[in-house]
Ligand binder design. Structure first.
Ligand code: TXA
Ligand code: MG
Length: 372
């Protein structure tokens, strides 16, 4: 696997490999993606193989402002149509306007729109679904690679299926070395959790991310349906909504929101750990690693652990000293991965994110799936 820098020659090499039908991991502002030319069926097949991803899980297609501008279209909807992605004719007038508005406001950025696809997009990209997920990443390096390749790039997160998404080039190496052509190192990702996924019609949040349902709802002055509520999209057809995902190999026990505020402590903690770990054949007395929301939880947690009769934590990862939600999101997957890789640790105890909206909702969603 080639390790490429994010300088001009690295970007050109990445684009060249992509145009040869190879797979290249690239940084985006959310997480690292494993890219392939979205119109090249054998390249897309390689993405599924490298990730050991089941073919029922669709990929997101990435575009850039320059690709859109090159189509010389009046609207971005028209541009996505000319790029061979979006079946604009099948959109209602209303959805067309809503899409245009969301793209102009939130692109480039962590918002994926799920819309009717054109037949030029291989069915494998969309897992046989009639719709394709499209987004325009904000990361400079992603943008430059797409521009240099000159084609939309299909890219799921660059991890093996079901595992923790990579937020640094070294994570990609850990996950996919020997299975892909190259990784471009663009430093750590700024957002840290995957994009918000929105089905356009009916407007449904398929996966929470940095752009909140509230922001989208305010922008469009429409109700956004919660995940799993959409007709024709049963669980499993949008596998970002699979119960278990983004998971460490070790069992992770997630404390319910406000656990300590309700006066609960040692006894309850032991009971919770015992029931959850039993399902995974793990021993609550085994060495534990802590994933904490902020620095202020350390003492409370250590006291509860002691009272519960558990062994003292061998490692503590704090997502944000001050409890800042953006900082926490940025560090979430690195911290999970670090605890997972520490051979002393047998199970992970995580504190719920105390902010249930926006990015906090996205963090809570990932922690819940990791704990499943
Ligand atoms: O931030 C991100 O979205 C990152 C970066 C690389 O862009 N990508 C990412 O891809 O998270 P991935 O493959 O790990 O997640 C894609 C998810 C799918 O699992 C599915 O839930 C949803 O996006 N998705 C994509 N296309 C869809 C479609 N046609 N219909 C329904 N859901 C779709
Ligand atoms: Mg993923």
């Amino acid at each position: 696997m080639e390790l490429l820098k994010s300088d001009e020659s690295g970007i050109l090499r990445a684009a060249q490999l992509l145009l040869e039908g190879k797979t290249v991991a690239l940084p985006t502002e959310t997480v690292y993606g494993l890219g392939a030319n979205c119109f090249d069926l054998s390249a897309v097949t390689r993405v599924f193989e490298a990730k050991e991803r089941p073919t029922f899980d669709p990929l997101i297609v990435h575009v850039s402002e320059e690709l859109i501008a090159n189509t010389k279209s009046d609207t971005w909807v028209e541009a996505l149509n000319r790029l061979g992605l979006l079946d604009a004719l099948s959109l209602t007038e209303k959805t067309r306007d809503q899409m245009e508005k969301l793209m102009r406001i939130f692109w480039p950025g962590p918002l994926t729109l799920v819309v009717p696809k054109l037949s030029k997009v291989p069915d494998l990209v969309t897992a046989g679904l009639p719709r394709v997920g499209i987004r325009m990443p904000k990361h400079e390096v992603a943008r430059k690679i797409i521009n240099a390749a000159g084609v939309p790039i299909a890219a799921p997160s660059a991890n093996r299926f079901g595992r923790i998404s990579p937020t640094q080039a070294s994570h990609v190496v850990q996950e996919l070395d020997g299975r892909i052509a190259a990784v471009v190192d663009g430093g750590p990702c700024a957002v840290g959790v995957e994009s918000t996924v929105l089905l356009m019609d009916p407007l449904t949040l398929l996966r929470p991310g940095a752009i909140s349902a509230h922001q989208i709802s305010e922008t469009l002055n429409e109700i956004i349906h919660p995940p799993g509520s959409s007709r024709g999209l049963p669980q499993g057809l949008s596998p970002g909504t699979l119960a278990s995902h983004y998971a460490p190999r070790k069992p992770l026990v997630l404390l319910p929101m406000g656990f300590f505020e309700t006066g609960k402590s040692g006894k309850e903690l032991f009971a919770l750990a015992e029931t959850q770990l039993k399902k995974k054949n793990a021993d609550p007395k085994g060495a534990v690693g802590l994933l904490l929301w902020d620095g202020r939880q350390v003492e409370k947690m250590n006291t509860a652990i002691e009272k519960a009769g558990l062994s003292p934590a061998v490692r503590i990862e704090i997502l944000s000293r001050q409890g800042d939600v953006e900082e926490a999101a940025r560090d979430l997957f690195r911290a999970m991965r670090t605890l997972d890789d520490d051979s002393r640790i047998q199970w992970i105890l995580a504190d719920s994110c105390p902010h249930p909206t926006g990015l906090g909702h996205a963090i809570h969603d990932r922690l819940t799936r990791a704990a499943y």
